[in-house]
Design a protein around this ligand. Structure first.
Ligand code: 6PG
Length: 236
């Protein structure tokens, strides 16, 4: 696995740079499977893709999944699907069957099972686990990624594809991919911006401080692990 860091002055430039990689990685493939993250940074990326890549990417071959979703209905302001639909899907020509929504409105335990089965149906299996072409992740100030929080480190090595998690502050339930699925992806890309992430990013990069307690520290990839950072998050 190779880890590379791409640092740009602003979140907008992070999004623009990542979009060029996304276009390159997803082009020329019959099917490209990607698991999205929620949060503020991907929103900037989705807006950039909608604005600049509507015709440049052949969306028909891209299948969108999520790395995690809040257990709320799809029209709820907290829904990662709602944010992605509003900023990206409504602006591109994407078949609805290519959008694999986690049903946040469903019973969480049942949905974790159902979503795992949907992933197994659409995402090829390699060494016993689904292998996404790309997993996009954010990182919380506490070092969480997807919805694997520091109080649930066992999800990094769970034998399940999806799990139900609870946000430690809000108590909000989430459905999340587990660590073995994330790590099995060909490419994993962290998109991290803002000074609020500076210290957690530095601890993870330098393997100092509380890095071992951060789920994000333990993320791997089958081929490439990327960090797309703005200068604030990179501590420049
Ligand atoms: C979510 C995300 C979560 C997010 C981090 C960072 O559903 O909230 O998947 O893991 O990536 O919390 O969020 P920000 O980019 O908004 O800081």
């Amino acid at each position: 696995m190779k880890t590379t860091y791409h640092i740009y002055p602003t979140p907008e430039e992070v999004a623009a740079a990542f979009a060029t990689f996304f276009e390159k990685w997803s082009s020329g493939k019959n099917t490209f499977t990607v698991a999205l993250s929620g949060g503020s940074t991907p929103k900037i990326l989705f807006e950039h893709l909608a604005e600049n890549y509507r015709g440049a990417i052949d969306w028909q071959h891209i299948h969108f999944f999520w790395g995690d979703e809040r257990c709320v209905p799809p029209d709820n302001a907290d829904s990662n699907f709602k944010m992605t639909d509003k900023t990206l899907f409504q602006h591109i020509n994407i078949p609805k069957e290519n959008i694999h929504r986690i049903r946040g409105e469903a019973d969480p335990a049942a949905e974790a099972e159902r979503y795992a089965a949907e992933i197994q149906q659409f995402v090829k299996t390699e060494n016993g686990w689904p292998r996404f072409d790309l997993v996009i992740l954010g990182i919380g100030g506490d070092g969480h990624t997807a919805s694997i929080f520091p109080d649930r480190m066992e999800l990094l090595t769970s034998d399940k594809i999806c799990a139900v998690a609870t946000h430690p502050e809000s108590g909000q339930q989430r459905i999340s991919l587990t660590g073995r699925v994330i790590d099995n992806a060909w490419k994993v890309a962290f998109l991290v911006t803002g000074s609020g992430k500076k210290s957690v990013v530095a601890e993870i990069r330098e393997r100092t401080g509380a890095w071992e307690t951060y789920p994000a520290s333990h993320v791997q990839a089958a081929e490439d692990l990327y960090w797309f950072l703005d200068e604030m998050a990179a501590g420049h």
